[in-house]
Write a protein that binds this ligand. Structure first.
Ligand SMILES: Nc1ncnc2c1ncn2[C@@H]1O[C@H](COP(=O)(O)OP(=O)(O)O)[C@@H](O)[C@H]1O
Ligand SMILES: [Mg+2]
Length: 218
């Protein structure tokens, strides 16, 4: 079974004339790290948003074709099933962080899914260790560096323990030191067996990819 299978996926945003995605087909095996590259405007973010269900729920339009996540058609998955299978991290971490403390930020997703308090507490401890930010538990995410904010954004996604991570240009606002730390974290997650989709245009940020999918023309 594939982690992700995309069959004949096409999408056109509402009120736009042209398709952004045209008959896209690919498969990603469990534990694979796949980079998606393409020119600016080639539809990389649109594809990511289809894979995690934001399209068509949040961004409407004409969608055709099928997406299977761990063998199940995304159309048949509930919101809770999607967020516990596939997590997405965006370019600008501050758009993903909105709680007064890191602890609250990390608790938000599982609280929404009614995970019990003890379990949430133990996940927070574990995830803070993974990102090496245990001493920041009660800090305000707004006071962190961009790299640290991105680590917290990744951590908040990991709190739901998805088997698939989508990283949509997550390095582009991060300084060199932050990039190194995030790259190492992604490598660790890859070694743990996560399936990872990396969207990035810098070769050094996709070194850990097993293969590359080109979207649109080169
Ligand atoms: N919400 C939206 N509504 C209408 N058009 C959009 C929207 N988001 C992106 N687009 C258009 O879709 C095309 C692909 O955008 P995007 O998926 O962001 O590409 P990439 O991530 O590869 O730069 C672009 O032409 C962009 O202007
Ligand atoms: Mg994009």
């Amino acid at each position: 079974m594939y982690s992700i299978e995309v069959r004949n996926l096409s999408f056109k945003y509402k009120n736009m004339e042209a398709n952004v995605l045209n008959q896209v087909n690919f498969q990603v095996k469990p534990g694979e790290t796949v980079a998606i590259v393409g020119k600016s405007g080639s539809g990389k973010s649109t594809l990511c948003n289809c894979l995690c269900g934001l399209i068509p729920k949040v961004y409407p339009g004409e969608l055709s074709g099928d997406i299977f996540i761990n063998g199940k058609n995304i159309k048949d998955l509930s919101h809770a099933e999607i967020v516990t299978s596939i997590g997405i991290i965006f370019q600008n971490p501050s758009t993903q962080l909105f709680s007064p403390t890191i602890e609250d930020e990390l608790a938000f997703g599982p609280e929404n899914l009614c995970v019990d308090r003890e379990e949430i507490g133990s996940r927070i401890e574990k995830i803070l260790k993974v990102i090496n930010m245990e001493e920041y538990r009660y800090h305000n995410p707004n006071h962190l560096s961009g790299g640290q904010q991105q680590l917290v954004a990744i951590a908040s996604v990991l709190m739901l323990n998805p088997s698939i991570l989508i990283c949509d240009e997550i390095m582009s606002w991060i300084d060199r030191e932050g990039k190194e730390i995030i790259k190492n974290l992604l490598l660790q997650l890859k070694e743990e067996g996560k399936t990872i989709i990396l969207v990035d245009h810098e070769a050094e940020n996709i070194q850990i990819a097993d293969r590359i999918i080109q979207l649109g023309e080169k």
